[in-house]
Design a protein around this ligand. Structure first.
Ligand SMILES: [Zn+2]
Length: 299
């Protein structure tokens, strides 16, 4: 891995994204609160969201905030603040269900409800989408068709590395167009993993961002910088809220959700100081695209 000089000016514009959901919006996990109990949980989503807004502002970066429709209905003031502070607002669905668990009709209904909630909260037209848990894989081409039919032009739901749910290994290192079976097109701005030998390490968000020491994180971004390749970093407001309530989760999940919370603020501060970030649309517009991927209808 080639390191860049620490004082070298950044040449790549990476995407920065925030999935705006609360500490209890955890999916696909025993012990996560039932959606019917969400309204009774302690509401903390504004704390972490404002912490990341302040950090972005300090460094002059912009980001895409993929907001749950459920959150937008309860916090229109937060949507207005994100927009006023110059960021892009996308949809992260309404109810945070995995795409594969919904099927086409329920997915379309959930998407419509989320777009309605966001626009009613003052988002303006919504052009970007990220699926809960990056849960669009080769079996969910129909979901991309529904997104395109609702005016979504930019998707950031593909995770180009194997993962517990979702994950779609494609030979792409930069944003690219998806050509859908219907003839519609959608611009994909994926989370691109680092390559360590034959392994793919999705280092730029979630548990990896919390677990990796700052120096290791910097080296991984340096390698992308040296290759001239952008990636997309992603964060949840709860990751900047170390005092959030802890759920009784299975041990592995407890580790995955709560390890390294205390260090996230300073790591982000260092990353923002050294590298250049923009909205996912902005990052795609500022760099070269990889060749399109032509999709056929899944059998
Ligand atoms: Zn999410």
């Amino acid at each position: 891995m080639r390191a860049i000089h620490p004082d070298a000016a950044p040449v790549v514009t990476h995407g920065f994204s925030v999935d705006v959901e609360d500490w209890f919006h955890i999916i696909d996990c025993d012990g996560a609160p039932d959606p019917r109990s969400w309204d009774a949980q302690e509401d903390r989503v504004g704390l972490g969201t404002r912490a990341v807004l302040d950090l972005l502002e300090r460094h002059g970066h912009h980001a895409t905030f993929f907001v749950l429709g459920w959150v937008a209905e309860r916090h229109p003031e937060l949507i207005a603040e994100i927009a006023t502070r110059g960021h892009e607002i996308g949809s992260h669905s309404y109810g945070h269900a995995m795409v594969s668990s919904l099927g086409p009709d329920a997915f379309a209904a959930d998407l419509d409800r989320s777009l309605e909630a966001l626009t009613r909260a003052g988002s303006g037209p919504v052009r970007c989408f990220r699926a809960p848990g990056f849960s669009i894989g080769p079996g969910e081409v129909w979901a991309l068709e529904i997104l395109a039919s609702r005016g979504i032009e930019v998707d950031s739901s593909l995770f180009l590395a194997p993962r517990a749910h979702g994950g779609w290994a494609m030979d792409r290192r930069r944003p690219f167009e998806l050509w859908l079976p219907s003839g519609r097109r959608i611009l994909e701005v994926p989370v691109v993993p680092a390559r360590i030998g034959k392994a793919a390490l999705p280092f730029s968000g979630g548990g990896y961002l919390r677990l990796l020491p700052e120096a290791a994180l910097m080296r991984l971004f340096d390698a992308f910088e040296a290759a001239g390749e952008p990636t997309v970093a992603y964060l949840h407001p709860r990751e900047l809220d170390p005092a959030q309530p802890r759920m009784e989760l299975p041990l592995r999940r407890r580790f995955k959700y709560y390890v390294g919370l205390d260090g996230v603020h300073d790591k982000l501060d260092a990353l923002f100081a050294r590298f250049r970030f923009d909205t996912v649309s902005g990052a795609a517009a500022r760099g070269a695209l990889d060749p399109p991927v032509v999709l056929r209808q899944a059998a």
